[in-house]
Design a protein around this ligand. Structure first.
Ligand SMILES: Nc1ncnc2c1ncn2[C@@H]1O[C@H](COP(=O)(O)OP(=O)(O)OP(=O)(O)O)[C@@H](O)[C@H]1O
Length: 471
């Protein structure tokens, strides 16, 4: 689309146009400031988005959507529209808060390196999406160019030209989008008179792609020199012909999150990302570097002691990670001692504080009052009272109680410790096997000869938290 030309110095309402910031599908954006003589309480730094009239029905509809959403958008993570002006020639001008930069520019400036502050940026972006979805809207054109960063670096999602209001589970919008961020189902859509069907799952897919880019300095999760080739890979992946290969430098916890956002069936994508906010690591020292350091040190040590490839292999195995709780992990302070003691009282390497904490998260979100009478599970570790009796500790002078967090955590450690011998010999990762044994019972794991399919989602969550909580 041809940019809308507005000359510096042009006055619209109480504002004066300064520089051109960019042009998109539906209009052009300029920097602006209050004109001389304007009321003193106006925002000083604004962006003026010019949406011209008379460019045909799709453009009119886009302007209407952008307006409808902008007028209702009230959230710290969404770009704020201060005012909507209508010019005599029919042009609509949105007076918006002006951001400092966009994720697109940051990625271009930082090629092939994770963005500093990647975790925070992604958390804030997810917050914006969760809010939009909860309010009944789909963004529909999420991409780094539409993720802006305010003066203080915090995220502001912008550009609501394709935003659509949900009618139940889906919405209709314009058949425009940016190839690199479109989910596989988008390519199968047929245009109806209302437009193309879109869903919140479209934004979740785009988030997965953006997360990979932010954590790698712009590397798209699907290979291909051009957007068209990458889109073909996406379709191949959906058809089961292409495997998803994320950059190995992306930390494990993020790998799991990105995989879930890129789930092929859109229903599954929504289901597995329901608690994404809680799974996202909090800033802190970047894990990737810490792990790289650990692995590097292990490899160096292996070479020093002259053990050759086999030793290096062993040193690189998960055992090199102690599984102690990171001081900055989001594990409630009041349970840390009980968690650490429960793990240390078991001589099995697989039973680590990080695993116990991850399981408490997965079971109850650390909520000692969690109850599920339907499944007969209660408390922080969601014990079934009858089973708890078997593993309960014997605290002096009182009877152990499955609702008491200290008792529930100690019993969890004991049960896991025993599961190492009863299911830990099966092929697969020991921590996954014993966590599945706790959730489903040892028999179910032995019958399945591994993690039963029903426990897979649970295990994914536990593993993601183990990586996040532990050293
Ligand atoms: N509030 C704002 N503050 C600062 N820059 C902005 C603001 N809004 C938009 N921009 C910048 O202006 C440019 C054009 O934005 P616009 O929303 O019109 O289109 P786009 O997102 O680039 O493309 P499309 O609409 O085709 O998806 C982008 O580069 C964007 O980063």
């Amino acid at each position: 689309m041809r940019p809308v030309n507005v000359f510096p110095g042009t006055v619209v309402g109480d504002y004066e146009v300064t520089d051109h910031l960019g042009s998109g599908h539906w209009g052009s954006v300029y920097a602006g400031r209050p004109r001389r003589g304007a009321p003193p309480d106006l925002p000083r730094r604004v962006a003026l988005k010019f949406l011209p009239a008379g460019r045909g029905a799709p453009a009119e509809a886009a302007v209407a959507r952008e307006l409808a959403f902008s007028e209702r958008a009230r959230h710290a993570r969404l770009i704020r529209t201060h005012q909507v002006l209508r010019e005599p020639d029919g042009t609509t001008v949105l007076v918006m808060e002006r951001a400092r930069t966009s994720l697109r520019s940051l990625l271009d400036e930082n090629p092939e390196r994770p963005l500093p502050d990647a975790a925070r940026i992604l958390r804030e972006l997810w917050e914006a999406l969760e809010h939009m979805h909860a309010e009944g809207w789909v963004h529909g054109d999420l991409k780094p160019g539409n993720v802006l960063l305010a003066e203080d670096g915090s995220v502001r999602v912008a550009d609501f030209g394709v935003a659509a209001e949900l009618e139940g589970t889906h919405a209709y919008t314009e058949a425009v989008g940016t190839q690199d961020y479109l989910p596989p189902e988008w390519w199968e859509r047929r245009l109806s008179e209302k437009g193309v069907l879109t869903r919140p799952a479209t934004d979740v897919w785009a988030f997965g792609v953006i997360a990979h880019e932010v954590l790698t300095g712009g590397v798209h999760p699907f290979a291909g020199a051009a957007a068209q080739a990458r889109a073909a890979e996406v379709r191949g992946y959906a058809a089961g012909q292409v495997q998803l290969r994320l950059a190995p430098s992306v930390p494990a916890v993020w790998q799991a999150i990105i995989r879930d956002c890129l789930a092929v069936p859109y229903q599954e994508r929504m289901e597995v990302t329901r608690d994404l906010a809680a799974r996202m690591p909090h800033g802190g020292p970047p894990r990737r570097r810490r792990r790289a350091w650990l692995i590097g040190a292990a490899a160096a040590l292996a070479v020093l002691i002259g053990g050759g490839a086999a030793t290096a292999q062993r040193m690189l195995a998960p055992e090199t990670v102690s599984g102690e709780l990171r001081p900055d992990a989001a594990v409630p302070q009041q349970y840390r001692t009980a968690i650490t003691e429960a793990a240390h009282s078991c001589h099995q390497k697989a039973v680590t504080p990080a695993l116990i904490a991850a399981m408490l998260y997965a079971e109850s979100r650390f909520d000692p009052n969690r109850r599920s009478p339907a499944t007969d599970e209660y408390g922080i570790a969601m014990w079934t009272p009858r089973v708890f009796e078997h593993w309960a500790p014997q605290p002096p002078g009182r009877k152990a109680d499955y609702l008491n967090p200290d008792d529930a955590i100690a019993a969890l450690g004991r049960f896991l410790c025993s599961l190492v011998t009863t299911v830990g010999y099966l092929p697969g990762d020991q921590q996954s096997l014993i966590a599945a044994g706790y959730r489903m019972g040892g028999d179910a794991v032995r019958e399945a000869k591994g993690v039963p399919p029903k426990a897979e989602q649970y295990i994914r969550e536990v593993k993601a938290k183990v990586a996040e909580y532990g050293y």
